[in-house]
Ligand binder design. Structure first.
Ligand code: ADP
Ligand code: MG
Ligand code: MG
Length: 886
């Protein structure tokens, strides 16, 4: 097979499609050449050669060198100079380029081919001595560092000493004589450091450089990068050898980088930077401050834009910008160099962009007729949408903060957004400070249901423990709160009211900023950019809605969440958890009374107090969801979750109930279960204590009737959790119908309602045909279903599931992405069986998976009718559902 691909003079062997073989850089250099753009000629040695090289134990395969030499001949012909010539030497850049962009690979080497003789030739033939010696010293520096492994600082020291000696402020102030002396010192230093002379034979230089590129594929930095980013080990890198063009020839030369559209806002405006009389990395390295590309990009009058300085070149660049965008049909990130007023293109690739820019660019490209709506939708990573719904950190200010050493540590990015606030260590304190108008960040080892009010009050939540599906993470995502979990380096010290990371101490009241998109935690405040649901975003979502089949509801327990979900486009409530209404501060004492009641009478007394509270809860939600279905789940968790825990709570409850603390404790003990998650919970509560469920059904139906009287269009659905048996379901269904009928008689109004069941126990999936006799719909509680199918506790899995993923036993955390093989199979069975008994039976997913794009794709395939995520994931689900359809 062909090992070396040529490009130059308007014709290239390769194309942009050949990224795997030529690497991204090489493939695009070929493409630009074929487009007739001014690209200096060059060759690309393929990624296959890199693989061969390693198979042969780091040897060039036979015949490779000859092919390279042939390629060099072609470059020489196009440029009209000879490589290794003493008088008018051809110089080349040696550049690595893997199929995917990979920092950590070898840096580019410029000006290769220079030596003690040809540097004189270069000086003479260009009539520019300073330029020649500047190029040579740059070459020795890059080659010495990258190929010979000499640390950067060794070169910097010599350069800095020289600058000091002659009183030069910047590199630009150094003269030819200065560079000559620097070259001499560089070479001496190279000899000292490596015991070798700096190689003088250009072909030897070339061979060493090509080898260095291949070798860099397996340097620790690159390996680590591939590990983190899941890039296959066997891709290999290509090597590009490209004729040099010179941006450092004086004031009519320069080098720059640009984006064809603004990468942070997505605005359709050319955006970039350049430096006069400079080479290669000077622009990004911050040696001098680069100047703006466009006049209108200037931020102060002292700047000189490329548009003003090189108007002809600028026009040419604009023309190329247009060609590239039309051709690639996407925003490009380009690198260019100007040699004596002539423009050369050195690279193009798809430009990285913020979430906001990604959406704007995709929508604009549709309007410009370059891509279809479907393509626009497919181009947006749904998880990016998440960032758009929350304030984002200001990158400039963050850079500053990092430079000032304010980055404290990093945890897992559990819920996006960037927020600042004072550190507090308890939920109560969070509430108190919030009431005083302070912004707080709640910092805990981990959170539990008792912290909910504090989580609500806080701007953000930070925990030292827990994984991406821990309590804090799940609840925060549900609330749309910024959250970082599992910041393992943090020690939370409740006694001293501080947290520590190494010898950094953060005390209560100190201000920190947390970025839930990256997991970073900073001292002090960092500027943020507010969430921006711009016109384009809305437009994109509208297109998604037109395309998708899958409906999207929302999980909401409060009117606020319901409203948020509705604003984000939810088409109903897929799960309304009634227990969350029980955790409310005014309610919990009554709930405790109910639970600790010894007799039915005692219990009914407490339930009577709860009834109006629940009724008003439901009514408020029905009002918000006017016209849309609301699926309410009857009480689900094990009762012990509501019991008093602290001594103080026991005393309070005892007083309220007129009993002794001992008596209360005794009753609490009786409720103790060995394995509560498999104990008295879900519909078992409805069988064991029918009056609890009766009260809830009554509250729902009464609220619905009241709403109907007020002209609100209510569509209640009553859902029974944790059903395992058809007779269990039949009994509860009978109760629901009886209570509803009673209420209808009492109120004189009738409201249509549906009764359905959760499918969250494997047995329920297997007998779904029997359940469908009474159940009018199925809602797959995929959290519990996963837990029970795997026999894996969600709250404990975090401690070891990582090992399973690491070892490749599991592809991912099954609580994040649905397990298609096992859990997915159960869902399929249930849908099939359900349809046999009740054709077209309504099916939905209300677990965390309902907001996960990968899982949504699967749900679409197996015919689920709706998903129901937490409010802030509704837009993500809408987009993912459209993508699943396309
Ligand atoms: P990276 O992958 O880090 O972007 P490149 O191979 O693109 O590395 O090289 C970095 C810089 O070196 C380019 O932006 C350009 O300024 C300069 N450069 C690369 N090739 C050439 C060349 N043939 N002539 C002049 N400068 C070059
Ligand atoms: Mg580059
Ligand atoms: Mg459940």
């Amino acid at each position: 097979a062909k090992r070396v691909y040529f490009f130059g003079n308007g014709r290239a062997d390769g194309t942009a499609q050949m990224k795997d073989l030529l690497g991204g850089k090489g493939a695009n250099l070929a493409e630009m050449t074929n487009l007739g753009l001014p690209v200096p000629p060059g060759i690309t040695i393929t990624t296959e050669v890199c693989k061969e090289y390693f198979q042969l134990g780091q040897q060039f395969p036979e015949g490779l060198w000859e092919e390279i030499l042939e390629g060099m001949k072609k470059i020489e012909e196009v440029v009209g100079k000879k490589f290794g010539d003493r008088k008018i030497p051809l110089l080349v850049a040696v550049r690595s380029g893997a199929p995917v962009s990979m920092p950590g690979m070898m840096d580019t080497i410029l000006n290769l081919g220079l030596n003690d003789e040809s540097v004189e030739g270069l000086a003479e033939s260009t009539g520019n001595e300073r330029f020649a010696w500047d190029s040579y010293r740059r070459f020795i520096q890059m080659f010495g560092n990258v190929v010979m492994g000499i640390p950067h600082e060794k070169f910097e020291e010599i350069l800095e000493a020289k600058k000091e000696e002659v009183g030069a402020k910047a590199d630009i102030d150094l003269t030819a004589e200065d560079f000559k002396d620097i070259v001499k010192k560089y070479k001496e230093m190279v000899k000292r450091e490596t015991g070798q002379e700096f190689p003088q034979d250009p072909y030897k230089q070339l061979e060493m450089a090509v080898r260095a590129v291949f070798d860099s594929w397996n340097n620790p930095r690159a390996i680590r990068y591939r590990e983190i980013n899941k890039i296959p080990e066997d891709y290999g890198t290509a090597v590009n050898v490209v004729a040099m063009v010179f941006g450092n020839m004086g004031d009519t030369s320069g080098t720059g980088v640009a984006f064809t559209r603004n990468p942070s806002t997505g605005e359709n405006e050319f955006y970039g930077e350049y430096l006069k009389n400079a080479q290669g990395e000077d622009v990004v390295a911050g040696i001098r401050t680069p100047q703006p590309l466009r006049k209108s990009q200037k931020t102060d009058e002292s700047q000189v834009s490329l548009e003003e300085e090189f108007p002809e070149v600028y026009k040419e660049l604009e023309r190329i910008r247009d060609i590239l965008e039309k051709h690639y049909r996407d925003m490009q990130d380009i690198e260019f160099t100007i040699e004596n007023g002539k423009l050369y293109m050195l690279q193009t690739r798809t430009g990285k962009r913020t979430a906001r820019a990604a959406v704007k660019i995709a929508v604009d490209l549709v309007k410009e007729g370059l891509i279809t709506k479907e393509e626009a939708i497919m181009r947006i990573d749904p998880s990016l949408i998440n960032q758009l719904l929350h304030p984002m950190i200001d990158e400039e200010d963050k850079k500053r903060a990092i430079a000032e050493g304010r980055l404290i540590t990093k945890g897992l990015p559990a819920a996006p957004g960037a927020v600042s606030g004072k550190v507090v260590f308890s939920a109560d304190e969070a509430v108190e400070m919030k009431e005083k108008g302070e912004k707080v960040i709640l910092v805990r080892h981990e959170t539990s249901p008792e912290d909910i009010h504090g989580m609500h009050a806080a701007e953000g939540i930070l925990t030292a423990r827990g994984g991406m599906t821990s309590h804090a993470a799940v609840v925060a995502r549900g609330m749309g709160k910024t959250c970082i979990v599992g910041a393992e380096t943090i020690t939370v010290d409740y006694d001293r009211q501080e947290f520590r990371v190494g010898d950094i101490v953060v005390k209560k009241g100190d201000i920190i900023t947390i970025d839930g998109s990256t997991g970073e935690i900073f001292h002090g405040e960092i500027k943020t950019i507010p969430a921006n649901i711009s016109g384009e975003f809305e437009e994109l979502m509208k297109w998604a809605d037109e395309i998708r089949d899958l409906k999207v509801r929302v999980n909401a327990d409060t009117p606020e969440d319901a409203l948020q979900g509705r604003k984000f486009g939810a088409e109903g409530i897929g799960l309304c958890r009634t227990e969350h209404m029980f955790f409310n501060e005014d309610r919990i004492p009554v709930v405790r009374e109910m639970i600790l009641a010894k007799t039915k009478e005692e219990r009914e007394k407490a339930l009577k107090k709860l009834l109006p509270m629940q009724r008003s809860d439901f009514k408020a939600i029905f009002e918000v969801m006017d016209g849309l279905p609301v699926n309410i789940r009857l009480l689900d968790p094990p009762l012990h979750e509501f019991l008093p825990k602290t001594e103080e709570e026991f005393e309070k409850t005892a007083k309220e109930m007129g009993l002794s603390v001992e008596e209360i404790k005794k009753r609490a003990e009786e409720l103790h279960e060995v394995n509560p998650m498999l104990g008295l919970r879900g519909s078992r509560l409805g069988i064991a204590y029918p009056e609890i469920y009766e009260m809830q059904v009554r509250a729902i139906i009464e609220a619905a009737c009241e709403c109907k009287k007020e002209g609100i269009d209510v569509k209640p659905e009553i859902m029974l959790p944790l059903i395992a048996d058809d007779r269990e379901l039949a009994e509860l269904k009978k109760m629901i119908d009886r209570v509803a009928a009673e209420v209808f008689v009492e109120t004189g109004v009738e409201v249509p309602y549906q009764v359905g069941t959760m499918i969250e126990i494997p047995r329920a999936a297997l007998i779904a045909d029997q359940l469908a006799r009474d159940a009018e719909y199925f809602s797959f509680g995929t959290n519990d279903l996963t837990q029970m199918t795997f026999g894996l506790s969600r709250d404990d899995a975090g401690k070891f599931i990582g090992k399973y993923v690491e070892k490749g036993i599991l592809k991912g955390d099954p609580f994040m992405h649905i397990d298609e093989n096992g859990v997915g199979q159960l869902i399929k069975i249930a849908i099939e069986k359900g349809n046999k008994t009740r054709p077209g039976i309504k099916t939905g997913v209300c677990g965390e998976h309902g907001g996960d794009p990968r899982s949504i794709n699967f749900f679409q395939q197996i015919g689920i009718q709706y998903v129901s995520p937490s409010p802030f994931r509704v837009p993500i689900a809408r987009l993912a559902a459209a993508q699943a359809k396309i």
